[in-house]
Design a protein around this ligand. Sequence first.
Ligand code: MG
Length: 268
Amino acid sequence: MQTAQNLPQTQMIVRYQHPNNEVYYGVVEGDEIKQLSNDFSEIAQDKLTFDGTTVKYENVHILAPVIPSKIINFGWTYAAHADETGGEANLKEPFLFLKPTTSLVPNDGDIILPPTDLTNQVELEGELALVIGKRGKNIKEEDAMDYVYGCTIFNDVTARDLTVRDPQFTRAKGFDTFGPLGPCIVKGLDPTNVRIVTTLNGEVVQDGNTNQMSFSMPFLISWISQVMTLEPGDILATGSPAGSCPMKSGDTVVVEIEHIGKLRNFVK
Ligand code: MG
């Protein structure tokens, strides 16, 4: 699958720990990162200041690309996934839940299965995530994409047995490490027609496209902004295509999105 490096109008931003232990943002160029002195709020305003350092991508520890004020998740936005999980396809209004920021893990981080007396069915959900670039409330649908800085990859790890048992999804979705995010933010990508492929131990289990969503991304942004103010760095996980399935200890899960890259995590 193509990465953003094939698209000249895009830019790949990563957050990483330098070998000197300091944390930086940088712009990926080939196998190198050009280091920035900015925080995300400055980057989101396109105020990029390069500090003159270049590091090899393979020599740094990639971190979750943002620490959002909230991780907003839309459920059952793909009819086939709603059908497979007992949800409602083609909803009239979006189905909404939040994940805590303590669920975040970076690319190559571990998804830690909770004790089996809490859940016996932890499943993967590969999703495209929008990263908000500026503060907004009551955003008009026609302006909505102006509030998006870029796109990244999210794995909406889910204790499926608890979504059935609990009246709402906080516990099922909120365990520590149930929110793999990254590895990079791609700016300048049209997210409305990109392929999402998830593999479990190398076997394809999800193969969808964001063009299968039952709500448009501008509608989702406008709709949620009537409820809560969106802040720079906030994550909007746009839902999972069909093929969600259980993971077990020892598994490797990779969510690949066209033009963004691969988010790989290890199940422990
Ligand atoms: Mg989901």
